[in-house]
Design a binder for this molecule. Structure first.
Ligand code: NAD
Ligand code: G3P
Length: 328
């Protein structure tokens, strides 16, 4: 199959390697000519220093590279998905399947990534969400990993399953694209929060409390917006929550630790030096929660810390002294 991967950060690069392993004809697009030239000449992405890029991988800096592609993977940070989709759209075939792997919610519109791509392609292409617990650093060295390909039409989700799946990258299908995409965006806000309490010096009890109660609020919002609670218990939900809240590979978790140690959100993101999606998602999540009338105290507190510089100690006290309630 002819495949274009748009976005040459850690994740776009790791997925290009999976697709090359699976025998596809893959082109990796970078948004700057310098980046494409660097990848082509060095066959190394500094974000994944342990791996050499496959000989068969091609590089591009022009979005006309999607022409004639059977499948196009959108792997830019979420803030760049609309512009990338819009600029690629005139070159796309109507039967090209788009695969969104970016984990976020658009600032302002609060759209999910697949909604953006449907809008930008005028609804002509099917858009599948691929998500799950998958650090690029581990996928690129072929560590066993599992993800979910979500689309309401089973045949479309299965097509993506067939393209990506191999003996180290296991793909399940799901009809619940709303749940999968919301889980992907929400877990980043929780991972940031988990980093904050870790940076403050709290231990495993506090982390387990935060993750479990955050899971409850993620499921509440997801269900109210049309997703299934079961999705939140699966790879795209609980799976990704575990991997992001417990790993030093996670940029969200690392940024949170720095904030918990006293840095501002801006200082933490600059120090991490890669996209920290949870920061952007926190604002949208609070707006969505308010709009649909769902209580999300943990995400609200994360927003207050990130956007209003609220003291982390007072936020923890606020959460721990909320009114008594039944668990479920
Ligand atoms: N890294 C992972 O392990 C991983 C795994 C699953 C999903 N994701 C998701 O994939 C998306 C991309 O993450 P990443 O880790 O590859 O990012 P990254 O931080 O490694 O790299 C971001 C890339 O985006 C490029 N970029 C910056 N501005 C751009 C623009 N305006 N248009 C296009 N590209 C631009 C940068 O040059 C850089 O190469 C995110 O939404 C992330 O949540 C990442
Ligand atoms: O590094 P993070 O925090 O963006 O997380 C990467 C992936 O989403 C993990 O599945």
């Amino acid at each position: 199959m002819k495949i274009a991967v748009l976005g040459s950060g850690g994740w776009g690069t790791a997925l290009s390697m999976v697709l090359c392993d699976n025998g596809h004809d893959v082109t990796l697009w970078s948004h700057s000519p310098e980046k494409a030239a660097q990848l082509r000449s060095s066959r190394c992405n500094p974000l994944l220093p342990k791996v050499t890029l496959p000989e068969s991988l091609r590089y591009a800096d022009d979005l006309s590279c999607v022409r004639e592609s059977d499948l196009v993977v959108l792997a830019t940070p979420s803030f760049a998905v609309r512009a990338t989709g819009r600029n690629a759209a005139p070159h796309l075939r109507r039967d090209t399947v788009l695969v969104s792997v970016s984990k976020g919610i658009e600032k302002g519109s609060n759209c999910r990534m697949s909604e953006i791509l449907v809008q930008e392609t005028g609804g002509s292409c099917k858009v599948v969400a691929l998500s799950g617990p998958s650090h690029a650093e581990e996928v690129s060295v072929r560590m066993p990993t599992g993800c979910v390909a979500a689309h309401p039409e089973e045949t479309v989700a299965r097509k993506v399953q067939d393209v990506f799946m191999n003996d180290y990258f296991r793909i399940y299908t799901s009809p619940d694209i709303v749940g999968v995409e919301l889980a992907a965006a929400l877990k980043n806000v929780v991972a940031l929060s988990c980093g904050v309490i870790t940076g403050m010096g709290y231990g495993d009890n506090t982390k387990a409390l935060l993750m479990t109660r955050a899971m409850a609020e993620m499921g509440r919002l997801g269900e109210r917006m049309g997703g299934s609670r079961l999705t939140f218990a699966g790879l795209a939900g609980m799976g990704d929550l575990i991997v992001t809240c417990t790993s030093m590979h996670s940029r969200n978790f690392r940024a949170g630790i720095l904030i918990g140690q006293g840095r501002t959100a801006r200082e933490a993101m600059d120090e991490v030096g890669a996209v920290v999606e949870g920061y952007y998602a926190a604002e949208s999540v609070c707006q969505l929660a308010e709009k649909v009338g769902v209580e999300m105290p943990i995400c609200r507190c994360a927003y207050d810390v990130l956007y209003h510089g609220k003291q982390t100690e007072s936020v923890v006290r606020e959460l721990m002294t909320r009114a008594k309630k039944q668990e479920n």
